[in-house]
Design a protein around this ligand. Structure first.
Ligand SMILES: Nc1ncnc2c1ncn2[C@@H]1O[C@H](COP(=O)(O)OP(=O)(O)O)[C@@H](O)[C@H]1O
Ligand SMILES: [Mg+2]
Length: 212
């Protein structure tokens, strides 16, 4: 299954989520490969750090090339594709053949607007053959402005074609800390709220992965 993790704005958490999903799927014995189509190459960088440190399991993170669509289609297992607006052609190529799109959305009006714009791009590419659109709130405020997060979630749920996932990821330092070390949040801080949140998001996306 080809899953695109995308939206237009940087900092929404695409690479963080793609990386954590990749590690967890590999831990569960899935064959997982990823494509980093964002010129920032964050997913590629974090996977390189993981490889340098020798942390297991690892999964390959490829960069785009001329045969991108053919390569995306050539894998049998789980394919994760990290796309950003800095490479619109790559983004559209991945959108054109994916089965579903996972969309992390920070809880702000600007992010809701840009998500709307992202959906319009997906509609342009796919027309009547829309993939599943699975959105969730990332970087939810854990102290103040919780109402703003709820409002953003409500606004997100009304966007055309979107299914809002129950899982939310809070704005938590554990995500940043683990990411900078090349570890999934579950590996660095297994008992943290961040790890629990990531695991419930994962089981929504991949129900065959049992919570431990
Ligand atoms: N829920 C979160 N809590 C705290 N930091 C986060 C969270 N999600 C992402 N980050 C951090 O924000 C930065 C940008 O995230 P990243 O995944 O690179 O976004 P994108 O790929 O959408 O540009 C990274 O340093 C990442 O660790
Ligand atoms: Mg990124």
């Amino acid at each position: 299954m080809i899953t695109v993790i995308g939206n237009l704005k940087g900092g929404a958490g695409k690479s963080t989520v793609a990386f954590n999903i990749g590690v967890r799927l590999a831990m569960a014995g899935h064959t997982v490969v990823a494509y980093d189509l964002d010129p920032q190459k964050t997913l590629h960088d974090v996977a390189s750090i993981r490889a340098e440190q020798g942390y297991e399991p690892q999964f390959p993170v490829y960069l785009p090339d001329m045969q991108l669509i053919g390569k995306l289609r050539s894998h049998n297992g789980d394919v994760l594709t990290d796309v950003g607006s800095a490479n619109i052609d790559g983004m559209k190529a991945a959108i054109s053949i994916c089965h579903r799109i996972v969309i992390p959305v920070p809880p702000s009006q600007a992010d809701i607007w840009s998500t709307q714009r992202f959906i319009r791009i997906i509609e342009q590419v796919r027309g009547d053959d829309m993939p599943e659109l699975l959105a969730f709130i990332n970087r939810a405020d854990t102290h103040h402005a919780v109402r703003e997060t709820d409002e953003a979630a409500a606004a997100l749920a009304t966007l055309r074609g979107i299914r809002l996932l129950d899982g939310r990821l809070g704005q938590r330092t554990a995500f940043r800390r683990s990411f900078s070390e090349g570890l999934a949040v579950q590996e660095l801080e297994p008992r943290s709220k961040a790890a629990t949140e990531m695991l419930s998001l994962l089981t929504e996306l991949y129900p065959e992965i049992q919570e431990k």
